[in-house]
Design a protein around this ligand. Structure first.
Ligand SMILES: [Fe+2]
Length: 373
């Protein structure tokens, strides 16, 4: 099939994937994370809202505590909000999807985004993490409206901002609570930050990333999410942002277990490693930082590694030695942590692949934990 036909097909499928709300009903009902850790229910339009039997009317947003379950109804949409369970001995599970943007302007999410998100939601995670590039042209509100219509009321779909998500809408629509934000769930402390903007803007966020990691020192697993990969053999390559020399020592100072990124349209996992560039070395999974690139919800994925010409040749050699799997499969990554054991499973999704869905990759990271076995 030619690329032109595939683009037209993707546009058509993308248009068909929209879910139209009944006339007069609030639409785009979804849950987001507030900066202080509360859940926020958001929607478009004025709605009658019922929480645990109490009804009120509200315009577009309602705040809920994140430490207990709530039965919620917004218009005709009814759902249950789950508590976050910050107890480090409680199990936690979330699913990662990334780069679900269309390849052409005016569409928003790719044709695969909505069905892949449905597959992720079917796994009943506490939240879904989008590794960025939610839409193609972030300045176009119509693209965001198409994205909003794909979101479920629950679970929350949290995101880090990608380079395509430029403009005011990402923040205004509450896709992330801040340019640096943290979320605790069981043994996982997720610290997410915005890798977009000027170099000065991005570097100015690093002290807050470091403070958030320091504040989560007692959590068994510190997990960092950012759009642009530290290491990658994908199209953009390693250190696309020029941050690695500052970022890798910071990650290692705080014993970060896992870094999740997007930007490149593929799946790639590197060995747990310590060190920078050509002096990077693979170490035991108890000690190093495991880097995963997950950008597998795009219209097109890239099957060939090593295409970037901007990567230092010595770094490219180290990247090849450290890479454990590179795949162009459309996929999602399920992260599950209990006590001192974190398991990542990359799943080939039903959507986007010619072959059957199934397990693409499994990795395990362990850390000290005082939780009973
Ligand atoms: Fe990107």
């Amino acid at each position: 099939m030619s690329a032109r036909i595939m683009v037209l097909l993707a546009v058509a499928l993308g248009a068909c994937s929209e879910v139209q709300a009944p006339r007069g009903e609030p639409w785009g009902v979804r849950t987001t994370l507030a900066a202080d850790g509360a859940w926020q229910i958001r929607w478009q339009g004025r709605a009658s809202v019922t929480v645990d039997g109490l009804t009120t009317a509200a315009d577009g947003v309602l705040r809920l505590p994140a430490d207990r379950s709530s039965a919620v109804r917004v218009g005709r949409t009814a759902f249950t909000v789950w508590p976050r369970r910050e107890d480090p001995c409680a199990p936690a599970r979330f699913v990662v999807l990334g780069d679900g943007r269309a390849s052409v302007d005016g569409v928003g999410p790719s044709a695969y985004w909505a069905p892949m998100l449905a597959e992720a939601v079917a796994r009943a995670p506490l939240f879904v993490l989008n590794t960025g590039d939610l839409v193609k042209n972030g300045e176009d509100r119509a693209e965001w409206d198409r994205y909003l219509r794909t979101l479920p009321p629950w679970p929350p779909v949290l995101a880090v901002r990608g380079n395509h998500d430029r403009g005011p809408h990402f923040a205004d629509l509450g896709m992330a609570p801040a340019d640096v934000f943290a979320l605790r769930a069981g043994p996982i402390a997720l610290v997410a930050f915005d890798s977009e903007g000027t170099d000065a803007e991005v570097r100015a966020r690093l002290p807050r990333v470091e403070a958030a990691l320091a504040a989560a020192a007692e959590a068994p697993f510190r997990v960092v999410a950012m759009h642009r990969p530290v290491w990658s053999r994908g199209n953009h390559g390693s250190d696309d942002r020029g941050l690695v020399a500052a970022l890798v020592p910071l990650l290692e100072r705080h014993d970060v277990a896992l870094v999740l990124s997007g930007h490149d349209h593929d799946y790639e996992r590197f060995c747990p490693s310590l060190g920078l560039g050509p002096s990077r070395r693979c170490v035991a999974a108890t000690d190093g930082v495991t880097y995963v690139v997950s950008g597998g919800a795009a219209t097109f994925t890239v099957p060939v590694p090593g295409l970037s010409r901007r990567v230092d040749p010595a770094v490219a050699v180290a990247d090849e030695a450290a890479s454990r799997i590179f795949s162009a499969a459309h996929h999602m990554v399920e992260i599950e942590a209990v006590g001192g054991r974190l398991v990542g499973r990359a799943w080939r999704t039903r959507a986007g692949n010619i072959g059957p869905p199934g397990l693409l990759d499994v990795f395990e990271i362990t850390r000290e934990s005082s939780c009973p076995r």
